[in-house]
Design a protein around this ligand. Structure first.
Ligand SMILES: Nc1ncnc2c1ncn2[C@@H]1O[C@H](COP(=O)(O)OP(=O)(O)O)[C@@H](O)[C@H]1O
Ligand SMILES: [Mg+2]
Length: 499
């Protein structure tokens, strides 16, 4: 688990970085493989050539040691070094014991050598340790050459052959040139690979960036669409991805996105049409209902005013018809107002004296709800806002009516007006039981109201706060609710007059 987490943290997140990291990792592996293979191949080739040279010399130098040998100990001096490469090692063994050993020295100024006797080459005696002797004795006579490290000398390639008089002749060629060549090759390879890696890294980064550019355009288009307000109203989805070539992966994504945008655009256009039709229907229906409702109410009033005696059941029915048609008329007016506000019809922009509106509304509320305690908190200066007086009066009346009808007698209701810079704040606070959070979240929606049976009897329609929000929004303002038992506050913020 920890290992996986470490790996997933080490692997880059973006496609661009992942491609680059993967490519460079592959390249490092390839370079390493090529480096090891070429170095090994070169070494094998050079060693094979050494072995060939070894078999060509045929133990001549080692054999020549026999004649100049002291005959005792493990040292020798003065072998036949003609046509023998400097550094060549020779040794002669009798019964597994080295009798003579020497190495051809390329140094002509060797003081131990008589000038003129061997103009090109000289040779030096070599002291062999017991371990060296064992290594020499272990060589297969007449067999393959082998590598060994002689303590006095460098690593050697050694080959043993049988001499003429029962002795064993060992010839060796130094492996040092082979190793040096190998080291040089490794150095050259390291430099070449480093340059190749750097160049490939830069080129690949540019190429990947170039190749992924279409993806960037797709992302930009998708982000552009996601930033559009699609929730409601007429939406224009003009954004399209330019890359829609179905032969490329990004093109396929782009084409799919374009198709999806087309579908979304169709669906949004359809929704807009349906919304418009519904709005028109609501406006037409309420408009059409206005007249018959007014007529019913007019006739009920007329009948009630009939001079002759009316039987009590008939009077009761007519009173009910009058009251309900009045209520229905109010609902129709509310629906008509909402339909008009939905249509975005501009409001009148007169100078509304909110102080006056507040005084009037609280006076009305006091008359309608004498059981409540009404408070007004107004600033010294009259508060003026741009808007439509009747609509703003409706906002204040609805909020005060709610504070009256949805709270028990004795509740204190405060209407506060504040001028806050360029904004005007109107707050209606009551000390009633409050609104539960589930209801509070939806309370500004149409036909949303509390306890249905109780509310309906009290003339509740659930349109009051919907109208408050629609009117305030149409004035460029906002309305918020904060409620807990004992304190419910509706705060309306309205933009002030432009100076
Ligand atoms: N001040 C208030 N105190 C308690 N409940 C309230 C208050 N104002 C509104 N409500 C609740 O919000 C609901 C919606 O209010 P509203 O849209 O005005 O509709 P209505 O008053 O016709 O029921 C009400 O039914 C009531 O349950
Ligand atoms: Mg109400």
């Amino acid at each position: 688990m920890i290992g996986t987490a470490v790996i997933s943290r080490a692997v880059p997140r973006t496609i661009r970085a992942r491609l680059l990291a993967g490519l460079l990792a592959l390249l490092v592996l390839t370079c390493g493989g090529v480096g090891v293979a070429t170095t090994e191949a070169l070494r094998h080739f050079l060693v094979t050539r050494l072995d060939q040279q070894l078999s060509d010399t045929g133990g001549r130098y080692a054999a020549s040691l026999e004649h100049q040998g002291t005959g005792s100990g493990t040292t020798a001096r003065g072998g036949d070094t003609r046509a023998t490469a400097p550094g060549t090692f020779g040794a002669r063994m009798m019964n597994g014991v080295v009798t003579n050993a020497g190495v051809v020295d390329g140094d002509a100024d060797d003081p131990g050598v008589a000038a003129g006797s061997r103009p090109a080459d000289t040779d030096d005696l070599v002291k062999l340790t017991a371990a060296d002797q064992r290594a020499l004795a272990a060589l297969p006579v007449g067999g393959q050459a082998g590598s060994a490290r002689l303590s006095a000398l460098h690593s050697y390639r050694l080959r043993a052959i049988a001499g003429q008089d029962g002795d064993v002749l060992v010839t060796g060629l130094p492996l040092e040139p082979v190793e040096q060549t190998g080291h040089q090759l490794i150095m050259v390879e390291l430099i070449v690979f480093a340059v190749a890696l750097a160049a490939t890294g830069v080129a690949a980064a540019l190429w990947i960036r170039f190749s992924l550019r279409p993806l960037g355009r797709v992302v930009a288009a998708a982000e552009g669409v996601s930033a559009l307000p699609l929730a409601s109203g007429e939406v224009e989805l003009a954004v399209r991805v330019p890359d829609d070539d179905s032969r490329t992966e990004v093109g396929r994504v782009g084409a799919a996105l374009n198709r999806m945008l087309g579908h979304v655009e169709d669906a949004l256009a359809q929704r807009h049409t349906v919304e418009e039709r519904l709005r028109a229907f609501a406006a037409d229906a309420s408009h059409e209902l206005r007249t018959p409702v007014a007529t019913i109410r007019g006739h009920a009033e007329l009948a009630l005013r009939h001079p002759g005696p009316l039987p009590e059941p008939v009077r009761h029915s007519l009173t009910r018809i009058d009251a309900e048609s009045q209520r229905m008329g109010a609902i129709v007016e509310d629906l008509l107002l909402l339909a008009r506000l939905d249509a975005g019809r501009p409001l009148a922009t007169e100078e509304v004296d909110l102080t006056r509106v507040a005084l009037d509304c609280v006076a009305d509320a006091r008359a309608a709800g004498p059981g409540h305690r009404w408070r007004l908190d107004l600033p010294e200066e009259p508060v003026l806002v741009p808007g439509e007086t009747d609509r703003l009066r409706q906002v204040v009346a609805n909020l005060l009516a709610n504070a009256r009808t949805h709270t028990p007698d004795g509740t204190e209701v405060t209407l506060r007006l504040e001028q806050d810079g360029s904004r005007t704040r109107l707050t209606v606070t009551d000390t009633g039981p409050g609104i539960e959070p589930e209801l509070a979240a939806r309370v500004f929606e149409r036909f949303v109201r509390g306890d249905r049976s109780r509310s309906r009897a009290g003339g509740s329609t659930g349109l009051g706060l919907a109208i408050v929000r629609a009117v305030v929004t149409a004035h460029g303002g906002t309305v918020e609710l904060t409620s807990r038992p004992g304190s419910t506050a509706f705060t309306v913020l309205l933009p002030g007059l432009r100076q």
